[in-house]
Every structure is written in C-alpha cells, then in structure tokens.
Design a protein around this ligand. Structure first.
Ligand code: TMP
Length: 261
C-alpha cells in the first residue's frame, strides 16, 4: 500500500492526507512543546488520551449543534476530520485569571472573572503568536467582521457548554484555546471548530483542590502529568474499566525526555 502523504508536522500532532477528498487524518503524538518551543519533551500516552478526549468533547459539541471538523476516530492515535481552510487565529476564552492574563496584568491566579474574556492571537511561531485585535484580523484579511462575529458567538457557546460539562465532573474550566476553519457547504461558507480540545489546549483545575490537570503541570515542572491527563479521561468516563492498559499505551511514566534550551 502506498504511504500516505504527510501534509504538516506539528508539535503535538501530524496531519496526513485523508482517504477521501475533503478529509484529513490527524495523528496525536506524545511530544510536547511549550514556551514557544523553549521547553520540549514527551508525556507518555498523551496522544492516545488526547485523541479520545478531543473525540469525546467534539462529539458532545456537535450534539448540541456546534459544528466541528471531527468525523470519526480511526484508531488509538488518529482521527478523521474534515479538510478546512484554517483561519490563522487562536481564540482564547477565559473564565478565571491564570497564565498570560495573570502575567500581563500582574494578577493573582484563581480569581473568577465577572464575565468571560475572549482574546485573539495570530498563529505564528516566528512571531511567538502575538495577541491581535479584531482590527488586525480584518485589515490583514485573515477573517471578515461577519466571520469574527460568528467565531465569538461559537466560542462563547463552546464555553457555556464545556464549562457546565466540566462542573459536572468536578473540574473548573479556567480557560481554553480554540481554532476555527472554513468549509463550503451548499454554496455557503461555514465556520467549524477545528484542531483539538484536550488538556493540551485547556486549563483544567480540580474544583475542590485547584490541582492542575493539564499541560501547566509540564510548563511548571510538576510531577504526575500522565496521571493528570488520565484523571481527566477517567472523569469524562472514557478511560476503559481496565485502566490505561486497555488504551494500549506504553507503561505510564516509563519515558520522559525533557530538554530545555
Ligand atoms: P495563556 O494563558 O498562556 O495565554 O493560555 C491560554 C489558554 O490557551 C490555555 O488554556 C492554554 C491554551 N494555549 C494553547 O492551547 N496553546 C498555546 O500555544 C498557548 C500559549 C496557550
């Protein structure tokens, strides 16, 4: 069988040509890269768990009428998604002060925001993903005003839905990042939620203890990263009865190569 064509090699995912026109295969890896590539490493089994978590959350979103690129999971590390024209913007929705919001304004982490904040960042590794305004997005032709309105409305709907879903399993959705793409459907351009939704792209804190159950454990050199990702999957009810071994991943904690530059 011919080798499939790789379209893109990312930090946490690789993208391959899909089996049918208009489809793409998204392959989730254990690799991790944070602080604009200044710290890299591996979280054993992360790709398998993120593939499952993203499948689960995208499926729940489409059940409530939020369009996503997800079609179906193919295997432990891969899912079939719709080919979209990616809008080069990351949208961050924040419910609680943390991360770069805390740093930028000198605020203490953990304060609940009176209303959620939506921020835009331009996706560029070279420029370290600068924060941008709606004016930049339209002036540089990355998206129209109408598309931005749609993106904000979808982001807030995703936030409302996921916030409630996570409250139900004892997790505080502090903030998260979304990406969006465009597809032509019945002669109309439609905006879809793309990329992934997982502990790599969300801040998830235990509701009782504020324990971090996401990639911040790696950013902040905390131990128990693999266990934190599994805990999120377990609470979502998608970790098999037999535990992680049923997910066919290597022994937890066996490999972790962390190189800092
Ligand atoms: P920040 O506080 O570092 O700006 O991050 C906000 C949210 O966006 C947080 O949930 C983590 C997520 N995020 C990504 O998914 N990818 C990134 O490259 C960065 C910087 C943040």
């Amino acid at each position: 069988m011919a080798r499939r064509r790789q379209i893109f090699e990312g930090k946490g995912k690789d993208i391959f040509e899909g089996p049918e026109p208009g489809t793409i295969v998204q392959h989730f890896k254990d690799d991790v890269s944070v602080h604009s590539g200044a710290k890299t490493g591996m979280i054993t089994g992360k790709g398998v768990i993120n593939n499952r978590i993203s499948e689960h959350l995208m499926t729940r979103l489409s059940e409530v009428g939020i369009p996503t690129h997800f079609i179906r999971r193919l295997n432990m590390r891969e899912q079939l998604i719709r080919e979209v024209e990616i809008i080069p913007i990351s949208v961050v929705v924040r419910n609680v002060v943390a991360g770069s919001l805390a740093t930028r304004f000198g605020l203490e982490e953990g304060r609940r925001l009176d209303r959620s904040i939506v921020e835009f960042y331009y996706n560029s590794d070279d420029l370290k993903d600068p924060m941008v305004l709606e004016e930049h997005i339209t002036a540089f032709g990355w998206a129209s005003h109408q598309e931005i309105d749609e993106i904000i409305a979808l982001s807030l709907r995703v936030n409302d839905f996921l916030y409630g879903l996570f409250v139900g399993i004892g997790i505080r959705l502090v903030d998260f990042k979304l990406e969006f793409g465009r597809v032509w459907e019945h002669d109309q351009l439609r905006i879809l939620v793309a990329d992934e939704i997982s502990p790599d792209t969300c801040r998830l804190w235990d509701a009782d203890t504020d324990e971090k159950l996401d990639l911040d454990r790696f950013r902040e050199d905390l131990d128990g990263i693999e266990e934190a990702y599994q805990e999120v999957a377990r609470r979502l009810g998608i970790l098999p009865e037999g535990g992680v071994t049923d997910l066919e991943i290597p022994t937890i904690g066996a490999v972790r190569n962390i190189s800092e530059s």
